[in-house]
Design a protein around this ligand. Structure first.
Ligand code: SOE
Length: 391
């Protein structure tokens, strides 16, 4: 007898650029590698420009297209709304989707502001739908294994969390004023776009942040107008300029509720670092280090190693003991950035099929947004700021 019929889950995705590509690829790969309870169907892709969205749908394998995202919300043949459009669209779309009883996944950060994030959370609480925010990096097998080491008390009491997320794609002053550089569209700059990832990793691995002090800087204050052109590339208009209204770089110190100390840096002006999302955790019994640009590797130091053998060892997290990675290839056959989206969306679909709520959820998104807001308040007031906590 052929296997049990899988539960088909019909996806409606709003947007189709960089993250649209990552999510579409992930949906198509999930049934290929995972024995999941659910079979994602790429039902409909929504985008304002009819010819562009039709071209994207054709290339990525979507069954139909809409030029108004509200049609996805209305369609009875859509179970999930996947939001991969810029940050200022997340709240309106997610609230409408929740009120229509659709399950929701949205790209990070959850919203433009903490107020919007809270409204989104209230909407999903009222409408009992499954919800996630796409902090994909916690799904790297090496990060999942670091979490397991911490949960198994292999590092003991945690003293330090240290994260720096370093990029350099906008260092050229001729890089145009794209949506990520406009406060009314993005909410913040490096802070919310990449600092939010470090905050999620801190919350996932160490715990909640209780207070912080931070500073922010915008190095290039005016840029030529222009738009994104796939990935992190962009096309600049000629001799029309606009003001950059977000941070190019941010740094903050943090205290965790469990007594650990945190240091965070996020910048788009660290020349030579393309997507260097790094962390280090130091505990009483050991330390771990991880660098997204070498995402399969986890450096581990354990104080109970015998004298003479003490030091960081580098583990290639592609063994069967390491989370997720065994569904792909034999040990040593490494995986990449796109696999973090496969793992996250697999958990999302499993949550829907099993009627359970996976993480990171909208509550994680709200808690993340509270840290983002506190950093901005601290940079403004030049004082320590307590982070609003949520049950
Ligand atoms: C640009 O900074 C960006 O694409 C972020 O928006 C993503 O969240 C990050 O994963 C890679 O860099």
């Amino acid at each position: 007898m052929v296997g049990l019929a899988k539960q088909e889950i019909n996806i409606g995705m709003i947007g189709y650029q960089f993250m649209g590509k990552a999510h579409s690829h992930a949906y198509r790969d999930i049934p290929f590698f995972f024995d999941s309870e659910a079979k994602p169907v790429l039902k409909a892709l929504a985008g304002r420009n009819e010819s562009k969205v039709n071209k994207a749908a054709e290339k990525m394998g979507w069954e139909s297209t809409e030029t108004d995202w509200r049609r996805l919300i209305e369609r009875e043949d859509i179970d999930v709304i996947d939001i991969v459009t810029p940050n200022h669209t997340h709240a309106e779309m997610a609230i409408a989707a929740a009120e229509a009883g659709k399950h929701i996944i949205t790209e990070k950060p959850l919203a433009l502001t903490l107020e919007e994030a809270k409204a989104m959370y209230r909407a999903i609480q009222k409408n009992k739908v499954v919800h996630m925010v796409c902090h994909n990096y916690r799904f790297a097998p090496a990060v999942q294994y670091a979490k397991r080491l911490i949960e198994d008390d292999r590092l003991g009491r945690i003293y330090h969390f240290r994260a720096d997320y370093l990029q350099d794609f906008i260092m050229d002053p001729s890089f145009p004023l794209v949506w990520r550089l406009k406060k009314e569209v993005s909410g913040s700059g490096a802070l919310g776009d990449i600092g939010a990832h470090s905050i999620d990793l801190a919350r996932f691995l160490v715990g909640e942040i209780s207070e912080l002090v931070g500073t922010m800087e915008t190095f290039v204050k005016k840029r030529p107008l222009g738009e994104m052109a796939g990935g992190l590339n962009a096309e600049a208009a000629k001799d029309q300029y606009g003001e950059v209204t977000v941070d190019d770089a941010v740094a903050f110190l943090a205290k965790f509720s469990n007594g650990a100390l945190g240091t965070f840096e996020a910048t788009r002006f660290a020349g030579g670092n393309r997507n260097k999302n790094k962390l280090e955790i130091n505990g009483e019994k050991g330390s771990v280090r991880w660098d997204m640009e070498n995402m399969n590797l986890l450096d581990v130091y354990l104080t109970d190693d015998e004298p003479g053998l003490q030091g960081f060892r580098t583990i290639n997290c592609t063994e069967e003991e390491h989370p997720y990675v065994g569904v792909y290839w034999p040990p040593g056959h490494i995986i990449g950035y796109e696999h973090t989206f496969i793992h996250l969306l697999y958990e999302f679909l499993q949550g829907i099929a099993k009627e359970s709520q996976p993480s990171p959820s909208f509550l994680d998104g709200v808690r993340n947004q509270a840290v983002l807001q506190a950093v901005e308040q601290s940079a403004e007031s030049r004082r320590w700021v307590k982070v609003e906590q949520f049950d």
